[in-house]
Design a protein around this ligand. Structure first.
Ligand code: NDP
Length: 592
């Protein structure tokens, strides 16, 4: 029965549509639908940016800390260790430079859609002024190198180096770290500072290995094929047909550039992204120079409050993110009326994003297919001004798979609904492993006390205190989202985690604490906190279309433990700060 209020009608029909779209996408194989870039696909994982002739003498020595990962987490941990007087450490990364995500992701159009003044680390320390409100990937990558130079981090770095093993030696109280370049480092502490969005994945589409044209993943963009570079237009695609599989945050940025360069672009869509306006612009230098000391941490915190329903008095960033995420609509309402209010607020936000598609995309059928039918917390919202308009170009074709995904790949093209779309180049914008076991993503499996591997102790999923310390792996500090915080501005999480880890290490070194690890009891207590927090959003999460936020709604037996702290990042930061201020190492076992 229809009500007198048309918004109520559309609200109720949206509810039904959300459920229908979710149901369409549920699949029994969950996370197993993806495959790794190994075996036949190993070449797709090759680093196209590294120096193939790089060689150096192996390093054999004792050190205080080995940090694995030279992205933001590794760089920030290094800087905070230096701040605390710990200067004997080594940073290892398989990449050829600092940057992490920004080293690997050099695809055309790559940017950060989180405001640069809150996302770029250490702006007050370096005095660097981002050129734009949203910085491009080349600018962020160059800034990572500046940080490396400014803090002397290159002297600590071993690049193009992969970990073979990390083994705890109880007698010496050290981690023995060996690498594929013959290094043997004996470290008091081991920090794993990577493995979050670093392991690219491919969809397990039948025939994917038969494609005879050129194919690559967005995080290993092959400019030999496309011509151009991260700051230069692609000049080899003029006669070529390009297919791109995936329409997440990466594709949203890459598609407009492909549209500019290729003869034809086929965008294979399983689930549309919600795309709000970006409104980028140059930094107002006078404003930037007027910012007072302490401004960056205040702005970072204010942004996180604004996007996690904490309603700060002033919205300092005031952009699409803070507008869309202002109300936390995923935490269960306290009363049925409250729950309905939240659901309506979520619906209205998404309805505005759906209206934006109609306003921009000229062909009504294409516009209909580009509309996201799920709640705003279900998938990462995107912000871009050129993605939707790209579908008005005659050379850009949306191939909607109706939630089923690509049917098949042939030597010459991509098949959807029995129709083959011939392509010369195939781009996989298919994302990264996020909720698989940590050891799977790290690329090595630490061996703890008594020769027990982390994958063995964590056979049922993660066991940690705050996501940082774990029992039987003394002096191991982890920075990852597993059982830890998570947030829209990832820099906020990483910088707080780096400060936490540097505090643990320097305090232990200064206080002659030989080893530190979590107690199993504290791990269980922390797990209870995680479950309780996750319980508050469980109904919302269950109602979502599958994606990496909810482990593809699959039956992953370890998901119950491999969860993140789903409350506000501000609260997670409060928990770890209070733990440090308390100074009692509550929940940790110490050997003095
Ligand atoms: P995502 O995991 O977000 O997207 C993968 C895409 O591949 C989805 O659209 C998915 O569809 C699609 N897909 C998977 N399997 C198939 C299939 N069989 N057939 C067709 N399509 C398929 O990866 P991204 O690289 O886009 O983004 C990953 C994360 O990186 C983001 O969520 C964000 O955190 C970060 N990022 C941040 C940016 C920023 O500006 N700050 C920019 C880019 C990335 P479906 O949705 O149905 O699963």
């Amino acid at each position: 029965m229809s009500s007198d209020d048309p918004t109520t009608d559309s609200f109720e029909s949206a509810r039904a549509r959300y459920l229908e779209e979710r149901t369409k996408r549920l699949r029994a194989d969950g996370l197993q639908q993806y495959q790794e870039l190994v075996g036949d696909f190993a070449d797709l994982d090759r680093d196209p940016f590294a120096d193939p002739d790089h060689s150096r003498e192996p390093v054999t020595r004792d050190t205080d800390v080995v940090v694995v990962g030279a992205g933001f987490a590794g760089m920030l941990t290094s800087v905070r260790l230096l701040d605390r007087g710990v200067d004997d450490f080594v940073v290892i990364d398989k990449a050829g430079d600092f940057g992490g995500t920004w080293y690997w992701n050099r695809y055309p159009g790559c940017m950060c859609d989180v405001e640069s003044y809150t996302y770029l680390p250490l702006l007050e320390e370096t005095g660097y002024m981002p050129t734009m409100k949203y910085a491009s990937a080349p600018e962020i990558f160059a800034y990572c190198q500046q940080i490396g130079e400014r803090f002397g981090l290159y002297d600590h770095a071993l690049f193009q180096t992969e970990i073979d093993e990390t083994v705890w030696d109880d007698d010496s109280g050290r981690w023995v770290v060996t690498t594929n370049r013959g290094d043997v480092l004996r470290a008091r502490f081991l920090v794993t500072a990577g493995g979050i969005l670093s392991k690219a994945k491919l969809p397990g589409i039948p025939g994917i290995d038969t494609f005879a044209g050129r194919a690559f993943h967005t995080s290993r963009w092959n400019y030999d094929v496309t011509g151009g570079g991260p700051t230069e237009p692609m000049d080899r695609l003029g006669d070529l047909r390009v297919g791109i599989i995936g329409t997440g945050a990466t594709a949203v940025q890459a598609v407009p550039k492909l549209a500019d360069a290729a003869a034809e672009v086929y965008v294979f869509q399983r689930t549309p992204s919600a795309v709000g306006p970006r409104n980028n612009g140059p930094t107002d230098e006078a404003w930037f120079r007027s910012l007072q000391p302490g401004w960056q941490s205040e702005r970072i915190r204010n942004f996180t409050e604004a996007v996690t329903g904490k309603h700060p008095e002033v919205d300092l960033v005031a952009d699409g993110w803070t507008e869309v995420m202002w109300d936390d609509t995923q935490t269960a309402g306290r009363t049925p009326e409250d729950a309905e209010r939240l659901e309506r607020s979520d619906f209205e936000t998404m309805e505005a994003l759906r209206r934006r598609v109609d306003e921009i995309v000229e062909d009504p059928e294409t516009a209909e297919r580009l509309k996201p039918w799920y709640g705003k917390h279900c998938k990462r919202v995107c912000f871009h001004d050129d993605y939707l308009p790209a579908f008005n170009r005659p050379n850009v074709h949306l191939v909607d798979t109706e939630g089923r995904g690509v049917e098949r790949v042939t030597p010459t093209g991509v098949v959807v609904d029995g129709v083959e779309y011939p392509v010369d180049v195939l781009v996989f914008a298919s994302g990264f492993e996020v909720t698989t076991d940590l050891t799977h993503r790290l690329g090595f499996d630490p061996v703890g006390r008594g020769g027990v591997r982390m994958s063995e102790r964590w056979h049922d999923g993660a066991h940690t205190l705050h996501g940082v310390l774990t029992a039987d792996f003394p002096n191991l500090c982890m920075i990852s989202i597993v059982q830890a915080g998570f947030g829209t501005n990832f820099l906020h999480f990483l910088s707080e985690s780096a400060a936490h880890v540097a505090w643990i290490i320097s305090t232990c070194l200064d206080s002659d604490i030989r080893t530190i690890e979590a107690t199993p009891e504290a791990e269980e207590e922390w797990h209870t906190t995680l479950l309780r927090t996750a319980g508050l959003i469980a109904n919302y999460s269950l109602s979502c279309t599958p994606g990496y936020y909810n482990s593809e709604q699959g039956n992953n037996p370890n998901a119950r433990r491999n969860l993140t702290y789903t409350g506000s990042l501000v609260d997670y930061v409060g928990i770890i700060r209070t733990w440090r201020e308390d100074g009692e190492f509550r929940g940790a076992a110490l050997d003095r």
